[in-house]
Design a protein around this ligand. Structure first.
Ligand code: FMN
Length: 172
């Protein structure tokens, strides 16, 4: 497990090779096995492979361009009407599980933020609206982020773990 976690890094360049349905099924199973507050499981994941839709997703902001190249984009959403307090945490846990399983399968991923923040071109709510409109996602569903997914072109270069001075024992 630590090996897969350590090998995960943001991959922003992909080959044309499609992601197999078997691999995709494992990645989605990993996502849906994440912890979830009160066991609500508010997640929804839209699997996008259509080239035109991916091209349009790649324009949602300036750090999403490689969605046009990755054969799959996973859109991590949650029904915030069912889980207004913890949908963000639930969605992040599912998304991270998916990225680690993809790494384990030799695939590359990159998290692309949608929700929140004041983007340089479009603030979070505007970015969410764009993704919702493009994919026909209902209004009550929040969009956490995208994950580009595919076979890495070139050797991924994982970073070493963050510095140990972030760890505090017993008290700060
Ligand atoms: C909430 C969040 C949003 C991110 N959004 C983007 C993004 O929009 N575009 C992008 O290229 N990378 C994005 N990233 C990836 C980070 O840039 C990357 O994880 C960070 O630089 C560390 O590199 P690593 O993933 O290779 O360890 C995002 C990561 C997180 C956690």
């Amino acid at each position: 497990m630590l090996d897969a976690i350590g090998r995960r890094c943001s991959v922003r360049s992909y080959t044309n090779e499609p992601v197999s349905e078997e691999d995709l099924a494992q990645i989605l199973e990993a996502a849906l096995s994440a912890p979830t507050a009160n066991n609500v499981r508010p997640w929804h994941i839209v699997v996008v492979t259509d080239a035109d839709r991916r091209a349009r997703l790649s324009q949602v902001h300036q750090w999403a361009s490689f969605c046009a190249q990755s054969p799959v984009v996973l859109v991590f959403c949650a029904d915030a009407s069912r889980q207004p307090h913890w949908w963000i945490e639930d969605s992040c846990a599912a998304l991270e599980n998916a990225m680690i399983q993809a790494t384990e399968l030799g695939l590359g991923t990159c998290w692309i933020g949608i929700r929140g923040g004041e983007g340089r071109e479009a603030p979070g709510p505007e970015r969410e609206r764009l993704v919702r409109e493009l994919l026909g996602i209902p209004e009550r569903i929040r969009v956490l982020g995208l994950v580009s997914l595919g076979h890495p072109s070139g050797e991924p270069r994982p970073k070493p773990p963050g510095p140990m001075d972030a760890i505090h024992r017993e008290s700060w």
